[in-house]
Design a protein around this ligand. Sequence first.
Ligand code: KIV
Length: 293
Amino acid sequence: MYGPTNLPPGGPVRKVTVPELRDRKAQGPAIAMVTAYDFTMARLVDEAGVDVVLVGDSLGMVVQGLSNTLPVTLDEVCYHGRAVARALLRAHLVGDMPFMSFQVSPAQAIESAGKMMKEGAFESVKIEGGAEMAEHVARMVSVGIPVMGHVGLAPQRVHALGGFRVQGKTLEAAEQLLRDARAVEAAGAFSIVLESIPRELAARITSELRIPTIGIGAGPECDGQILVLHDMIGLSLGHTPKFARRYANVGEAISHAVAAYAEDVREGRFPADEESYHLSSEVRERLLAIRRS
Ligand code: KIV
């Protein structure tokens, strides 16, 4: 493994860019996106070949142990962004704009996104909301901030929605989501996350938009997919949604490893002699010769 300032064997790797992500709509392959919140995990997912890494405000739930994302702050997102940015050699880095860091006004959105790019080392930002956020998106894009939209289930509205529920199930709600997605695209977003909506609706939005759609609980017709890393590797302690396919059980591996370590410590099996440092025989003898006080 190479260190944060080293280059990988074979020379520099080119970062995935915003125009390349836009082109993937027509050219494929589907965009593979995942969340990460720290240097080690970010390096692992980058080496594994994902195209985009999101420092999601989901960090409130999977890193901080909160029951929703609302308390996550701009400074916390920036802190995690810096750690992840140091690790990424290829993947594009997106930062989630936390609750109340953009809703107040387009000017507030520009200021917060600017801070995220300067202090969090993000290459683009993601913003929850539909038509009502179009002006915010347009103003950020106008000053050179690449924006990813996010419609469907907006976790920052958990209280208004009455929980983390599938959205767009009625004709009226589906039409509203279609209008929202169109508005976010027209405002200049370079891609859009579709969260927890019926597959058929996601397919319709995907076929209509010119920007790539990234699905999470939105079926296979999207132009890309995102999962919360902790859900997909078995590190989430609470309920995981039905769309979060589990690719590994890292949580169980950690539990077994730490239980075995604790047992070895209690039974005197750790550390072994080969895990210990030794004095030279000369120093050892001279130490033994010193009288105890
Ligand atoms: O915060 C997050 O991780 C997200 C993804 C679920 C899209 O917004």
